[in-house]
Design a protein around this ligand. Structure first.
Ligand code: R5P
Length: 315
């Protein structure tokens, strides 16, 4: 059924690559991936991929530059091995927060990354919850942009929380649209935290618009948790405003720097994230629930390979 399909996993997330391969019933291609003594990446695809429809799975999460570079050299290796089509499957797209010039003399690094992927030889991109949907326009090749919201909402529905007693709390104004979508699916009221960023790792949150939260269950959705400053600040605001329980959810658990310590100290009933990034090194978050995006990505790959529509995956 999958004649000519080839799945290749980089070192960025072998477990997710394996899960997708199992979903599709297609073995992962054998690839030798090593580092030269000086840190340069060495790639060798150990099977014939001439004329194949290749899907390369690599999130560009930490170590961001190594994972990105490995993806680029994998694409180059596939192109030079005469693959018919190369799809870069990037469950988490790093550098997405550098999508505009918000100060003088700064780069637009997500555009640069898009250029690098295209120059290396990617024919299409498959990704999940881009920090800014407009990044699709940085590419002149097709970009299939999937959303984890239906999977996360399905999990929250299984908790049988009472919508009458629930408030969806947007952690900042940039997340209002996402929060409204969750509200549409899950019900409840809406509130917005007034977030101001003071540095790359520090945020200030104090005011809450909307609510009320007194005695209610708060659900906070963000696209990513990086240092956890934003989300933990929002949790504090929710607790200060009287929330009885606070659930936190994000598609991308980048969890770098102080994130693990901050999250383990915060008053969070449950932290619900996807496996867009590897989480095997996280030790101190017993309340973390991981939902898998492998079936969604596997289904998208299956449909792309067969030239079928993937729009039902957006529902
Ligand atoms: C901001 O616009 C994003 O949606 C996230 O809220 C933010 O990037 C998360 O970063 P951190 O966890 O470091 O606050």
């Amino acid at each position: 059924m999958y004649e000519n399909i080839t799945l290749i996993g980089g070192r960025g997330h072998p477990a997710l690559a394996k899960e997708i391969a199992d979903y599709l019933g297609v073995p992962l291609a054998t690839v030798e991936l090593t580092d030269f003594p000086d840190g340069e990446i060495s790639v060798r695809i150990e099977q014939n991929i001439r004329g194949c429809d290749v899907f390369l799975l690599q999130p560009s999460g930490p170590p961001v530059n190594d994972n990105l570079m490995e993806l680029l050299v994998l694409i180059d290796a596939c192109r030079r091995a005469s693959a018919a089509r190369i799809t870069a499957v990037i469950p988490y797209f790093g550098y997405a927060r550098q999508d505009r010039k918000d100060a003088g003399r700064v780069p637009i690094t997500s555009k640069l990354v898009a250029n690098l992927l295209c120059t290396a030889g990617a024919d299409r991109i498959l990704t999940v919850d881009l920090h800014a949907a407009q990044i699709q326009g940085f590419f002149d090749i097709p970009v299939d942009h999937l959303f984890a919201a239906p999977i996360l909402d399905e999990y929250f529905k299984s908790l049988n929380l009472d919508p009458e007693n629930m408030v969806i709390v947007s952690p900042d104004e940039g997340s209002i649209k996402r929060s409204l979508q969750h509200q549409e699916n899950l019900g409840g009221e809406l509130a917005i935290v007034d977030k101001r960023r003071s540095s790359a790792t520090e945020t200030m949150q104090a005011n809450l618009i909307g609510g009320p939260l007194e005695g209610k269950v708060a659900l906070i959705f963000d696209d990513m948790i990086s240092t956890a400053g934003s989300i933990c600040g929002a949790v504090e605001v929710a607790v200060e405003h009287g929330a009885s329980d606070v659930y936190v959810s994000a598609t991308h658990a980048v969890l770098c720097g102080p994130a693990e310590a901050r999250l383990s100290e915060a008053s969070i009933s449950e932290l619900v994230v996807t496996n867009s990034l590897p989480l095997d090194k996280i030790q101190s978050l017993p309340n973390m629930r991981i939902v898998s995006i492998a079936p969604m990505l596997g289904e998208a790959i299956r449909r792309i390979h067969r030239n079928e529509s993937i729009s039902h995956l957006f529902d």
